[in-house]
Design a binder for this molecule. Structure first.
Ligand code: PEP
Length: 303
């Protein structure tokens, strides 16, 4: 009965959404700084901080990162390291904290076969990987990964019980042209379009809002800009699924996050953690971001 209700609710929301095409409809329904959240919902979302090492590190530096990083205690927060494929077995061998997750930055959404140079999800699972980044702007723009492929990847990752980190974000030009919300909505909804019922637990889908102009540039979105975009994303998730489902999906911010700006961003109610590039290559900086995020989220939940 509950399942039937959810399906009907989802169909109605989707139909309403498709009827709404004007730019006004794409503005967030709530102001920056407010959100769908209540402290009650907040407590349901475990903060997550993920490292995206991109094409960096060698086996030696990866090993020493692991030993330094694991000296620090992490409570009430999930942590994930997304490393180049070739380093994943090295990290898996050095990992002694069971709740530290390993992620890949890419995979190919087929079972096996003639796909030279690619890795499938079974191979990643065999290497100790539980999560995958999908739709990172570098994969979209440098490697031409389009909406259809990304939707297929997201559906396949979910079906195979991987934790997908699904990235969306606007260019500087799109922001200046006032197209941010339209771009986010399109990327999000096309990405989700191949998900099949039954839907996974909402904790098993993670969205990362990564404004392209902030990635690797040293320019961070202000906490208000990030909160506004992330709460817009949560509203679209509520349109697509339901309010309670959307309130349990974690949404990360990514774009030049470091140990100096993490706590200001983490204080925003819809930002559930971070996807961190450059600052994640240093075990101390990355640990500091994680600790500040955990402390911030604990404070918001308690108050
Ligand atoms: C990223 O690669 O997803 C990223 C956010 O990088 P940086 O933190 O270096 O901007």
């Amino acid at each position: 009965m509950n399942d039937l209700r959810k399906v009907i609710e989802q169909l109605v929301r989707q139909t309403l959404l498709e009827m709404n095409h004007s730019e006004t409809d794409l503005k967030p329904m709530v102001h920056a700084g407010t959100s769908l959240n209540t402290a009650h919902h907040y407590g349901k979302r475990q903060p997550l901080v993920a490292a995206n090492w991109k094409m960096n590190q060698l086996s030696g530096t990866a090993r020493s990162f692991m030993s330094d990083f694991q000296l620090r205690d992490r409570k009430n927060i999930q942590t994930l390291i997304c490393a180049p494929h070739i380093l994943l077995p090295v990290l898996a061998a050095g990992k002694n904290q069971p709740d530290l997750m390993l992620g890949a930055q890419n995979f190919y959404p087929e079972q096996s076969g003639a796909f030279t140079g690619e890795h499938n999800l079974d191979m990643l699972s065999d290497a100790g990987v539980q999560s995958v980044i999908i739709g990172h702007s570098e994969r979209r723009n440098l490697f031409g990964e389009g909406d259809e492929l990304l939707a297929k990847k997201l559906a396949m990752a979910v079906e195979n019980k991987f934790l997908p980190i699904f990235c969306i974000g606007e260019t500087l030009k799109e922001r200046q042209d006032g197209a941010t919300f339209r771009v986010l909505r399109n990327q999000l909804l096309t990405g989700l379009s191949s998900l099949k019922n039954p839907l996974p637990n909402p904790e098993m889908i993670v969205v990362a809002y990564e404004p392209i102009w902030a990635i690797g540039s040293g320019l961070t979105a202000t906490a208000d800009q990030a909160q506004e975009a992330v709460s817009f994303v949560r509203e679209r998730l509520a349109d697509r699924f339901s309010y309670s489902y959307a309130n349990s999906i974690r949404i990360l911010y990514g774009g030049s996050v470091n140990e100096k700006n993490a706590s200001t961003l983490a204080a925003k109610p819809d930002i559930d953690g971070f996807l961190v590039g450059n600052a994640s290559l240093d075990a101390n900086k990355f640990s500091s971001i994680i600790e500040q995020t955990a402390a911030c989220k604990r404070k918001v939940f308690v108050s």
